[in-house]
Design a protein around this ligand. Sequence first.
Ligand code: NAP
Length: 485
Amino acid sequence: MTTSPDLAAASRGLYIGGEWRAASGGGQINVVDPSSEAVLASVPDATLTDATAAIEAAAKAAPGWRNMAPRKRSEILRRCFELMTERAETLATLISLENGKALRDARGEVAYAAEFFRWNAEEAVRITGEFGTAPAGTNRIIVDYQPIGICLMITPWNFPAAMATRKIAPALAAGCTVILKPASETPLTAYALAAIYQEAGVPPGVVNVLTTTSPGPLTAAILADPRVRKLSFTGSTGVGRALLAEASKHVISCAMELGGNAPFIVFDDADLDAALDGAMVAKMRNAGEACTAANRLYVQSGIHDAFVSGLARRMEALQVGPGAEAQTECGPMITRKAVDKIERLVADAIAKGAKVVTGAARPNRTGFFYPPTVLSNASDSAEMAVEEIFGPVAPIYRFEDESEVIARANNTEYGLAAYIFTRDLSRGMRVAGAVEAGMIGLNRGLVSDPAAPFGGVKQSGLGREGGQHHGIAEFMEAKYIATSF
Ligand code: NAP
């Protein structure tokens, strides 16, 4: 079986009402391979007319989907999981081509993305309500959970499959219909997945996908339609704030998965190899282009020098190259602009006292590459202590004691993920309790798991995705019935 993705099929049109169609205005968006800077394909540029068609399609499909037997919905979701798993290699290659991430990371993403369908196939038949007696004894309280309605989903380019399925699978399990707007840089994966949903038996109009270069106006128009009841967004905190303001005009329920600035804390008593393994995963998964990426590495004085040299050795050993080539371990960044930002942050850190241990020199080659980089002696006043680096740069900050590192870790507007390495479990639990983050990796560099609630505190977001009931609860409303029997 071929694992070459069918680029023509993945760019055949907007997916609305179970049909592939051109954009009403005839516009196209080029999709660029970040490894070669070549245009891979082009996809339609949707207009307001197309957005209206998507709302109509989602509204038409809604009664049939919400009233379908949960077991039947569950089986369709299970089939989505099976088809994604069968075609994992092709999907991974497509992700590597349009996003640039190394194939091994893309394979991991496909497995993670598919798992949301398996997990939510299981959840779809376990949506229960509540029943009780009112404290006054006068009546009964019945609570039923109903699908919230049409959901608008907006996703980023860094996990083009998983950020979509983490929303679509629970929404479908809950009985909702969906309009997905994927990132302009990586739309091909979203369309390839739409073809899989279609083949798995998801009825026309239940999932609609449209790409656009006018996300603001289209989003505003979709949110203004009273049939749309949910906005589920994953992306930057800045865009998230603007969308919250837009949604507030119509009092629409919002789930926001936003940016991060994860601290990665290594205490003197940590297992050095485990901490280095964890750092490589937390920093270098997706070449650092992850919201959960370790953005500030705090290392205690006693283990500091060994950690710095160990991390530099591992970073230097990474194979940098085009994402879709088998030996690549660190692919390019998504755009030239992303590399420019990393270069600016590194220059600022060096100007504020950081020492280059390895990397930091932009290569002279085609593609949006930046080398794996380790900086020591990083300063809390550096811009990269405040901003997401979103690249393969590990700044190391020295610290002396526990209370100091907790204060420094919490000195950020973000609160998505944090990592703690120590052999002392009581310290680990104490620090995990004190660090302001929605997710903690305790002696682990990876927190993402479809079975666990993913999400942040502070300006990293609102709500949770995945987990035993959290993810699906975002797509349901409680209906309370008071009855006197
Ligand atoms: P972004 O610029 O915020 O874009 C995210 C999505 O929003 C894209 O589909 C984008 O469309 C769309 N968008 C942009 N402006 C919009 C507007 N005015 N109205 C409606 N939609 C708009 O973020 P990104 O650069 O793609 O992704 C990186 C960010 O996502 C980082 O901050 C990262 O931390 C965050 N992230 C968070 C999580 C999480 O789970 N918390 C996971 C992954 C990524 P276009 O592509 O067409 O501009």
